[in-house]
Design a protein around this ligand. Structure first.
Ligand SMILES: *Cc1c(COP(=O)(O)O)cnc(C)c1O
Length: 427
């Protein structure tokens, strides 16, 4: 029998250290690993034997974390990266060639919209952003050069929920993988692979670490996609890969083809590697993921309900509220709670929002989310500043909108802080 989620969060990917008996995963602070002999070295480089060569590719502490996240997401394999943004590039890397595109949601995190609309063009890739609430719009945007769909489970900052099952059906019909950024939900609230996703990405910087100490990212592959089904569509995986002495990854490695390509070519050549210290912090964080997420969603629900009935507030976007257009979807996609990230609009506009943010005391004004501490940011003047008005509106980052990441403090203190800052802002 497979173990339960809470057990996996503590034990998956780790066992007492064979050399010392250390109960916690040691921080393997090493760059390289001694080969037994030349034959052993050759086998490692040929992927005939799995083992450690050099920490740009793999490291035991980082592998322990990757395996734990893979277990929690119900995947076949995965890697860790230096940040969530690195994970997104790494997730696309085995799939894309110059001239190919990804069809992505307009409701992505502002930094991802930036990465997708401008930076990936330097690789000859492009993104088409469409409304992911509309499966027909997604289908219409897919062309012969589309190599993936990309969306977030719970969209940052607006809290919209993606109908993963419906989106996965569109991906299936067109023979392309669905990549889901599960950062804001975490596998505790939603496991996208169970809803048909092929690949899951994370910014482990957020809830998985949980306390704002390190940046990191992860890519998890379900192992379920047939990379060879349409000849020529995913040549890095289904054809001899010139970047790895002509190895045909899918034929040689089956369900682990994508993961091995990500390590042997992606991490080797792009080098967006997680360091073992960082992996250690995130392993510690994940041990308490369930307990923290329970409190996060409980507090978020109470705070959202309190804000919604307040006359100083215009609207609250939390999908846990009956007033949310995403309320029913939240029950299907995130049945244990609709996350702890949402926005609310203040009566009074841009200036009141700035005053509100400046007068909060318990909340920290930071460009982060998923911390034990309650956090606030005015997206329009910060994370979404470099976007067009149209892109900001689509992302739910209007001038009078404030984003909250509800922490796990005593909920009465969270509400008291919001109350006093609202009083000053609207005086
Ligand atoms: C923060 C975030 C990212 C980027 O992650 P970094 O670790 O900051 O690079 C990507 N997606 C979502 C949903 C995020 O919240």
């Amino acid at each position: 029998m497979t173990q339960g989620f809470d057990t996996l969060a503590i034990h998956a990917g780790t066992a007492p250290d064979t050399a010392t008996g250390a109960r916690q995963v040691p921080i393997y602070q090493t760059t390289a690993y001694v080969f037994r002999d030349s034959d052993h070295a050759a086998k490692l480089f040929n992927l005939q034997e799995v083992g450690y060569i050099y920490s740009r590719l793999t490291n035991p502490t980082v592998s322990a974390l990757a395996n734990r996240i893979v277990a929690l997401e119900g995947g076949a394999g995965g890697i860790c990266c230096s940040s969530g943004h690195a994970a997104q590039l790494m997730a696309l890397f085995p799939l894309m060639q110059p001239g190919t595109n990804v069809v992505a949601s307009t409701r992505l995190y502002g930094g991802t919209i930036q990465q997708f609309t401008n930076t990936i063009r330097k690789f000859g890739w492009s993104a088409k952003l469409v409304d992911f609430d509309d499966p027909k719009a997604i289908a219409a945007a897919i062309d012969d050069n589309t190599r993936a769909l990309f969306c977030e489970t719970i969209c940052n900052p607006g809290g919209a929920i993606s109908d993963l099952d419906a989106i996965a059906r569109v991906a299936d019909r067109h023979g392309i993988p669905l990549i889901v950024d599960n950062t804001t939900a975490t596998p505790y609230l939603c496991r996208p692979i169970e809803h048909g996703a092929t690949i899951v990405v994370h910014s482990t910087t957020k809830y998985l670490t949980g306390n704002g100490t390190v940046t990191g990212g992860a890519v998890v592959d379900s192992g379920k996609f047939d990379w060879s089904k349409v000849p020529g569509r995913f040549p890095s995986l289904s054809e001899p890969e010139p970047a790895y002495h002509g190895l045909t990854f899918h034929a040689a490695l089956g369900a682990m083809a994508y993961t091995f390509h990500s390590i042997a070519v992606g991490l080797r050549d792009l080098g967006m590697t997680m360091n073992p210290q960082g992996a250690h912090y995130t392993l510690m964080g994940i041990e308490t993921l369930s307990l923290r997420m329970q409190r996060h969603v409980e507090n978020a629900q109470i705070v959202a309900e309190w804000l919604e009935q307040d006359p100083r507030v215009e609207y609250v976007t939390y999908p846990g509220l009956k007033s949310s257009a995403y309320h029913n979807l939240a029950k299907m996609i995130t049945p244990k709670g609709a996350g702890a990230l949402f926005t609310f609009a203040m009566k009074g506009g841009y200036d009141s929002c700035v005053k509100f943010v400046d007068n909060l005391k318990l909340f920290s004004h930071v460009a982060n989310l998923g911390d034990t501490r309650s956090l606030v940011i005015h997206s329009a003047s910060t994370t979404h500043r470099q976007l067009s008005d149209e892109q900001r509106a689509a992302a739910g980052a209007l001038p009078n909108v404030v984003r909250l990441s509800i922490g796990i403090e005593d909920v009465r203190d969270i509400i008291a802080d919001l109350d006093q800052a609202l009083a000053i802002a609207t005086a």
